[in-house]
Design a protein around this ligand. Structure first.
Ligand code: NAP
Length: 295
């Protein structure tokens, strides 16, 4: 799903869920049940297409959007040398300019009404770079910077901006990325980098998803909580297990602590890294919670 727009017509909130391929709407329609076309409406939207954005907005009464949730995003992993400039630009077109375009279109209405909320599904990778995610992380850093600028400007108009920053989430995201790298032969990349990527990065990334990955519902609930706040927070990290990793960079403003820690965890202390993930998996698994928590 790319966007959720919430508009209040006649005091009944209407959710406009959008997707670029309406052929995928079946599951959402089934979930919506009797609410479909009453309080939940589904529209086509490709955030990278000016025509599609205009058509979608024009289909709304008065183009009115009270809350804009930007969720559309794409990942990209791999050695930088092996990725074409065209493919890198696609990531920015979706993750950065897609959001910028939608925000630009809804802002005049929000300013006129003196209220609104812009929510962006960012990532912890918008705060902390992660190896072999260069362009994806850069696109999320870019959107974080964009939102930091807007958050201050828009408070003047009683418009809030919120960044939701999930860690790994178990959606189709990881599968799509793994599918893409399995088809690539990494043109232009030296053998040592390919070896690091395949033998060290990919298994670690998979383990991180398995150990720290959240369910998408948890991110959705966190987003709904932020939307429901009287004074919505600007940033919300959804995964407490990931917070210590992003905190490293704030603990040392030379940046060396986080760079060296990540380097050592990945390349020198692999065993410690895997043991820590195993420990986290153990203390956060549901069976352990059931044993120690009184019902
Ligand atoms: N999964 C994670 O680990 C993770 C972690 C942190 C942040 N995030 C962020 O969470 C958001 C949702 O990702 P996800 O995990 O749910 O991944 P996902 O399952 O791959 O979903 C991404 C959604 O974005 C849509 N989309 C992509 N390009 C689009 C475009 N040009 N126009 C409209 N829709 C477009 C996709 O539509 P199609 O179905 O048509 O491809 C898909 O529905 C993204 O912004 C992502 O960066 C994800």
């Amino acid at each position: 799903m790319s966007m959720l727009w919430l508009s209040f017509y006649c005091l009944v909130p209407t959710v406009i869920a959008t997707m670029r391929d309406l052929g995928k709407s079946g599951r959402l329609e089934a979930e919506a049940g009797v609410l479909l076309n009453k309080t939940l409406v589904i529209r086509q939207l490709d955030v990278t297409s000016e025509h599609s954005v205009k058509k979608c907005l024009d289909s709304l009464p008065d183009q009115k959007v009270d809350i804009l949730v930007n969720n559309a995003g794409m990942g990209q992993i791999g050695p930088l040398e092996s990725i074409s400039m065209e493919d890198m630009r696609k990531v920015f077109e979706t993750n950065f300019f897609g959001v910028v375009h939608l925000v630009k279109e809804v802002l005049p209405g929000m300013k006129k009404r003196g209220s609104g909320h812009i929510v962006v599904i960012s990532s912890v990778m918008g705060l902390q770079g992660v190896v072999f995610n260069d362009i994806y992380a850069a696109s999320k850093f870019a959107i974080e910077g964009f939102c930091e600028c807007l958050a201050v400007q828009l408070l003047k108009f009683n418009i809030f901006v919120s960044l939701i920053e999930p860690g790994p989430v178990n959606t189709e995201f990881e599968m799509k990325l793994m599918g893409e790298v399995s088809r690539s032969d990494f043109p232009g990349t030296d053998a040592e980098t390919i070896r690091y990527f395949k033998e060290i990065y990919l298994p670690s990334a998979h383990e991180i998803f398995a150990s720290l990955g959240q369910k998408p519902d948890a991110v959705a609930k966190a987003t709904v909580n932020v939307i429901g706040m009287n004074q919505p927070v600007f940033r919300h990290q959804t995964n407490a297990l990931y917070t210590p990793l992003t905190a490293l960079k704030y603990a040392d403003n030379t940046g060396n602590l986080s760079v060296r820690t990540f380097y050592n965890l990945l390349f020198n202390y692999g065993t410690l890294f895997h043991m820590s993930l195993g420990f986290l998996r153990c203390i956060t698994c549901n069976c352990f919670r059931r044993r120690v928590m009184p019902v």
